[in-house]
Write a protein that binds this ligand. Structure first.
Ligand SMILES: C[S@@+](CC[C@H](N)C(=O)[O-])C[C@H]1O[C@@H](n2cnc3c(N)ncnc32)[C@H](O)[C@@H]1O
Length: 253
């Protein structure tokens, strides 16, 4: 498949040019998420720090980030654990930046979910923050990741409904849980919908705080997008939770 036909491909290419140039966006990320990882979504420091406990100590620890963007989140995980960091993303702009920023014990590849391949039993941890949705076949992709994991390896997923994926009744009706259950793969799950509602409020406040800088840089369109993405916090939490949910899945091999 041609990259340009993939969902949001052009938008992400533009996004990763903007994240490289925009001081306003970097400041926004620091205020909203606690640290600037060029986030497009919901991965704040509180969520990322939950990942660290699944990274074993030792010499040859390898972690993979699916939809890694410019790799800043992996850079943070490496700083904390000294692991080898691997990441892939379909955005060439994102991967170019990652390769420039991280050269020590690091490998970044441009590739599409569902197409890219890694050797079996390679990784101690596979992380997917808001990227599983782009799998053309969720079941196939989950099984592929399970193959990539070493024995006792962990898949850690940040999974949002009401954004790319439609909201379903509960965690067991999510596309991801169905794919896991169909293949008898056990998982643990944490519902962080309320935490996410609070995070979205913080995102909106942070965007408004830096509105002027966005405008002065010529990045008003990105500011406007942040307003649209966080409009939902005008609703009460009860109403928000009817339309959105966020879960953290931990899957052990
Ligand atoms: C919602 S963003 C999440 C980025 C980052 N993980 C985070 O938490 O902020 C989705 C990421 O997946 C990448 N992506 C989207 N579709 C993809 C695909 N089909 N193959 C590979 N990467 C993809 C995008 O370029 C983007 O970096």
């Amino acid at each position: 498949m041609e990259d340009t036909k993939l969902l949001f491909f052009d938008e992400y290419e533009q996004f990763y040019i903007m994240t490289g140039n925009s001081k306003a966006f970097k400041a926004f990320c620091r205020d909203a998420f606690g640290q600037d990882f060029s986030q497009d979504g919901f991965s704040d420091l509180r969520q990322i720090d939950r990942i660290v406990r699944f990274i074993p100590e030792g010499e040859n620890v390898l972690i993979l980030d699916v939809g890694c963007g410019n790799g800043k989140m992996l850079g943070y995980l490496q700083e904390k654990t000294n692991a080898y960091i691997h990441g892939f993303d379909y955005s060439g702009n994102a991967i170019d930046s990652a390769k420039k920023m991280f050269q020590n014990k690091a490998e970044f590849r441009q590739g599409n979910i569902g197409e890219i391949e890694y050797p079996s039993e390679q990784f101690d941890l596979v992380v997917s923050m808001d990227s599983m949705y782009f799998a053309p076949d969720m079941e196939k992709f989950v099984l592929q990741i399970m193959r990539w994991l070493k024995k006792d390896g962990v898949l850690f997923v940040g999974y949002q409904e009401g954004d790319v994926m439609p909201k379903t009744d509960n965690v067991r009706t999510t596309v991801l849980a169905k794919a896991l259950e169909k293949n008898n793969i056990p998982y643990e799950v944490e519902d962080i919908t309320f935490e996410t509602y609070e995070l979205l409020k913080k995102k909106r406040e942070a965007a408004l705080l830096h509105q002027k800088e966005f405008e002065e840089e010529g990045n008003k369109d990105w500011f406007d997008l942040l307003m649209i993405q966080t409009d939902c916090v005008k609703d009460s939490f009860e109403l928000f939770a009817q339309n959105m949910a966020r879960y953290i899945f931990v899957v052990r091999k």
